[in-house]
Design a protein around this ligand. Structure first.
Ligand SMILES: [Zn+2]
Length: 152
């Protein structure tokens, strides 16, 4: 089979004498109309009683709906990954790494015992919960905790 033309669909067809052949159409509707009008004739016996066979391969410049959905999902996921990476980069470049002293340092800053600045570090989820209860603005960055150590 040779693929030719754009937006053409090739159907596997057969006449009522079971002679298989291929036909090119702009759409499935085109086939139905032409078959009904008797415009499609079997190249072997000339019969116009043509039926479409299942599992027809098709050539189309546009991919199927399912495929494009999937590629869209992938690009959205990539964009989210990219944003997250930029966000983490931003945090790493604009915060002071206080490591395990994070909960203590966050409190000191909140209660004005230490100079106000952005910090990052590690804290258990319990410690984060306690900080939030005290009204301290803490943001957990999933997947990022290993990063600060790697940079140094
Ligand atoms: Zn035939």
């Amino acid at each position: 089979m040779v693929a030719a033309g754009k937006n053409m669909i090739v159907f596997d067809l057969a006449c009522d004498n079971n002679h298989p052949f291929e036909g090119w159409f702009g759409s499935a509707d085109d086939f139905t109309l032409q078959a009904k009008a008797g415009d499609i004739a079997c190249p072997v016996c000339g019969s116009v009683e043509i039926t479409r066979q299942l599992s027809a391969p098709y050539v189309n410049t546009r991919s199927g709906g399912k495929q494009s959905d999937e590629s869209q999902m992938v690009s959205v996921a990539n964009a989210a990954q990219e944003l997250k990476k930029k966000f983490i980069d931003h945090v790493l470049n604009n915060t002071e790494d206080v490591g395990h002293r994070f909960p203590e340092e966050a409190r000191r800053i909140f209660y004005k015992e230490a100079p106000e600045r952005a910090i990052r570090g590690t804290a258990s989820s319990q410690e984060v919960g306690e900080l939030k209860e005290e009204g301290i603005d803490v943001m957990a960055i999933p997947g990022a905790p290993a990063l600060p150590e790697k940079l140094h």
